[in-house]
Design a binder for this molecule. Structure first.
Ligand SMILES: [Zn+2]
Length: 431
């Protein structure tokens, strides 16, 4: 049974306020300064007297997984540090250095980047949702992708043991797809957590990976809920992991403009599975076309920016596929104008080099301005200004013509005599 986490905090200057975003000070035990004076706390805050920089407390280690109907073994804790770690406000280049000690035989998975000397560093971050720490007796195998060695947290539930070989083979394939976009991972410190899906709506899907998500809180975390009963072949044919990992190609974009991050990830999920050979080139275009056309069936559609505040299930297709169409249009314009030398991949490569992982929340237009600044051919702001506030889906008629994508009764036929058919084919291939 895991009991408590014991925390000693030392502030760079006295007088800083400390807070646990989702904490409850009533759970703090033996809260005191490092010289033994007891401290006042309330709500999410600890109040330090002037001139005090050092504080100490214990906090019970709970389990957030139960909220999703998943019961973990008693010797594993999967919980958000936002509930047990009291921190100063972090902005800009601020960071908190963390040194962790765990009981012998216990493993660690945290969202924070590692330092060269084996500690961790909590940077400012968008805090888009609650990230997790995992402590205790769980498996944390290594996975090498390109030059990067990642640790994967395989968190078995009380009743279900994950198949490590299958899980790692699936993650390796999807991470390699992401790696090959520009020859490295967008974030070599990404935390990856795999949990069996519980007896809830997440387990009853057609997919072996009923649910995945990206969290940007003190680092970047990708968490998957998997159905361990499915065979490896189904995992390898599933797009969820490629979609979630593709989110890391962009910084966190304002929640109100979800269509940008969802769109780019949805575009890449198809492109990456085609590049790996899971989809043939015609199948990838068929899938994109089917989604684009379903997204254009919404009656009285809002603009992509206007999807925020609408009932999610009514505008869901527009959220996912308007941004995907914009990503495709940008890719086409870059490739056609440069005879295939420049692409969305090469511009995202520069975005990573300058700006990722990013500690801040980006506005959509500012992101497109940055992409134009980095791109030898500016195409992004023009597309944004044309479509972000216009109702419905971006117009793909010209693109379909240029690429030789002909549609009859919903079926896509590819015409290789089209002027830019070679560009169309190149999108779906690794070069
Ligand atoms: Zn997504």
């Amino acid at each position: 049974m895991l009991g408590y986490v014991e925390v000693t905090g030392e502030l760079a200057q006295p007088g800083e306020r400390v807070r646990a975003r989702n904490g409850d000070a009533r759970h703090l035990i033996e809260l005191q300064t490092c010289d033994g004076t007891s401290l006042v706390s309330g709500g999410t805050r600890i109040y330090l007297p002037p001139r005090q920089r050092c504080f100490h407390y214990r906090h019970p280690l709970g389990n957030d997984a139960t909220r999703r109907g998943i019961t973990l073994p008693p010797n594993v804790s999967l919980t958000s540090p936002s509930t047990w770690l009291w921190l100063p406000e972090l902005t800009g280049n601020d960071y908190v250095r963390v040194e962790l000690t765990v009981a012998a035989g216990h493993a660690i998975s945290v969202p924070w980047p590692r330092t060269a000397d084996g500690a961790y560093r909590i940077p400012a971050s968008p805090q888009s949702s609650r990230a997790y720490t995992v402590f205790g007796r769980f498996r944390a195998p290594r996975l090498t992708v390109g030059d990067t060695e990642l640790t994967i947290a395989l968190v078995d539930s009380r009743d279900v043991v994950l198949d490590a070989n299958k899980t790692l083979a699936w993650l390796e394939a999807a991470l390699t797809d992401l790696h090959d976009v520009y020859g490295r991972l967008p974030n070599p410190d990404v935390q990856i957590i795999v949990v069996p899906s519980g007896p809830s709506r997440w387990s009853s899907g057609r997919s072996p990976v009923p649910f995945g998500r990206v969290m940007r809180d003190g680092g970047e975390t990708v968490q998957f809920f998997v159905d361990p009963s499915r065979p490896l072949g189904e995992y390898l044919n599933d797009w969820t992991a490629d979609h979630e990992f593709a989110h890391l190609l962009l910084p966190y974009v304002d929640h109100d403009q979800k269509w940008i991050s969802e769109g780019f990830a949805s575009y890449y999920q198809n492109v990456l599975l085609a590049r790996r050979g899971v989809y043939s080139e015609p199948e990838a275009w068929q899938r994109l076309h089917r989604s684009f056309s379903r997204a254009s069936e919404i009656s009285n559609p809002p603009s992509p920016n206007g999807t925020h505040g609408q009932p999610f299930w009514e505008v869901r297709m527009l959220i996912y596929w308007s941004g995907a169409a914009l990503a495709l249009l940008a890719d086409q314009r870059l490739r056609q104008a440069s005879d295939g030398v420049i692409s969305l991949d090469t511009v995202l490569d520069k975005l990573q080099a300058c700006c990722l992982p990013s500690s801040t929340i980006w506005q959509g237009r500012a992101l497109f301005e940055k992409l134009d600044e980095l791109s030898p051919i500016p195409v992004f702001v023009g597309l944004y200004d044309e479509y972000a506030d216009a109702p419905g889906m971006p117009d793909l008629t010209t693109l379909y013509g240029d690429f030789g994508i002909r549609v009859e009764n919903g079926r896509v036929n590819l015409d290789d005599r089209a002027e830019f058919a070679h560009i169309r084919r190149a999108i779906m291939k690794n070069d």
